[in-house]
Write a protein that binds this ligand. Structure first.
Ligand code: URA
Length: 444
């Protein structure tokens, strides 16, 4: 089958059969398909779309373009499951959720990413912990997933290599914005981890990857249909990103917050509600709980007994971090040298937050990357971020800035203050943290 013929068929809006899609993606992975051909194919998909069968085949071909992890030969005593998010600000769910699910009997081989644009990355947060190694060898990764029940590590070159090339070309050919390409990219990588079940957290709002609520919903529906179609039961929670999920953003600050939740504190937070809802969905979907009430009981036991925190500590230590991080977090997570408050210029109620601007503020402070490969400063970030609906008086903090220097803090103060819109109390109702849950049976 000629590659140019596959491209021509997509260019002319003819549906491609699974064979053609697998042939194309094998060529992407082994290098026999050139960048120009990848770009032409991606543009044809952007312009002409893909039907459901094509999108499932593209996802499967992405998954199968490299190693697909297998777990059950290890004699695991529970299911292999994971959660993935489309990314947000103050979204440290993974740090809490992975160990929490492990403490409930699941095995979570979580392959995570770095910060992208204004959003934070789980790996960057974990690298705030001295010694934590996000690239362990295969044996250690497998041993931790088996014995501790969770290991959060970085993408390896052997998983879904076709996606790495395809994404690189899409990034420079204006072909990122295509639902089948996005879904195949996200799910191809996740499903290569050999999961029994997957729950996705698709963010909605002004800090989300998708530009509108409708687009987030479309992505969620496509993920449920395509993930399940590719053989891995997949459900989606649509969750709010019209404000940071935690009241902090920044790598070390978010590790502190994760430890707080794992100690059973902060249960009234949106972060807790979203993490708990995702955990419930995971436990029920994978058969570790019979229903939401049963899941709640198991989650409570795992938290109250200290088992979830213990799993986090064992994972951190197993991957090279200190054994007593939970007890001596202040010692290991260096604070930023300079802190100051960004204050409200007048009285009012926080009616809107430009979440993206807050995320970009963290990047500008050095907590994220402007260019791939930049070093990041794990100490910097934001804390005590005022929530939507919160009343502030003149001179009261909208957030606390943690910076490497006074000059760095001053450089972002105006833009961060401007991210908050103050208005009349009651004129805006903040969205609920969880907008909806979508499962296969909900799709028409
Ligand atoms: N994230 C991915 O991994 N791939 C995409 O195409 C978009 C977001």
């Amino acid at each position: 089958m000629l590659i140019q013929d596959i491209i021509r068929r997509k260019r002319d809006a003819e549906p491609l059969d699974a064979d053609a899609i697998h042939t194309f993606m094998r060529g992407v992975a082994d290098g026999s398909v050139g960048d120009a051909q990848i770009g032409a194919f991606a543009m044809a998909v952007v312009l002409n779309g893909m039907n459901r069968e094509e999108a499932i085949a593209l996802t499967e071909a992405t998954r199968d373009s490299g190693q697909v992890l297998r777990w059950h030969d290890l004699g695991l005593d529970g299911p292999v499951l994971d959660k993935h998010s489309t990314g947000g600000v103050g979204d440290l769910v993974s740090l809490v959720l992975g160990p929490w699910i492990a403490a409930c009997g699941g095995h979570v081989p979580m392959i995570s990413g770095r910060g992208l644009g204004h959003t934070g990355g789980t790996l960057d947060k974990l690298e705030a912990i001295p010694g934590y190694n996000v690239t362990p060898d295969d044996d250690l990764f497998r041993q931790l997933v088996k014995n501790v029940g969770v290991a959060i590590i970085g993408q390896t070159g052997t998983l879904a290599p076709a996606d790495k090339r395809l994404y690189g070309v899409r990034d420079v050919t204006a072909t990122v914005e295509s639902l089948p390409l996005i879904v195949a990219s996200i799910l191809g990588k996740k499903l290569a981890c050999g999961l029994d079940t997957l729950v996705m957290d698709v963010k909605v709002g002004n800090g989300a990857f998708m530009p509108t609520a409708e687009a987030s919903r479309e992505l969620a529906e496509a993920i449920v249909a395509i993930g399940s179609g590719a053989g891995t039961p997949t459900s989606v929670l649509l969750t709010d990103m019209n404000q940071p999920l935690a009241d902090c953003a920044g790598n070390a600050l978010e590790v502190h917050e994760a430890l707080r939740l794992l100690r059973g504190e902060g249960r009234d937070s949106r972060l807790y509600q979203v993490t708990h809802a995702l955990a419930t969905e995971m436990l029920v979907q994978a058969g570790l709980a019979t229903n939401a009430a049963d899941a709640a009981t198991r989650l409570e036991t795992a938290l109250a007994s200290g088992e979830a925190l213990e799993r986090f500590s064992r994972m951190v230590h197993g991957l090279g971090g200190p054994s007593d991080l939970a007890e001596r977090a202040e010692h290991y997570l260096a604070p930023a040298p300079f802190t100051t408050d960004v204050v409200a210029p007048r009285a009012g109620t926080v009616n809107a937050i430009d979440t993206r601007a807050l995320g970009l503020g963290v990047v500008e402070l050095g907590g994220g990357r402007r260019n791939a490969g930049d070093a990041i400063d794990h100490r910097v970030g934001l804390s005590r971020i005022a929530a939507l609906g919160q009343r502030v008086e003149p001179g009261q903090p909208l957030l606390r800035l943690h910076a490497a220097s006074q000059a760095d803090a001053e450089a972002v103060t105006r833009q961060l203050g401007a991210a908050f819109t103050l208005g009349e109390a009651g004129s805006v109702t903040p969205a609920a943290p969880i907008h909806a849950t979508l499962r296969k049976e909900d799709l028409s």
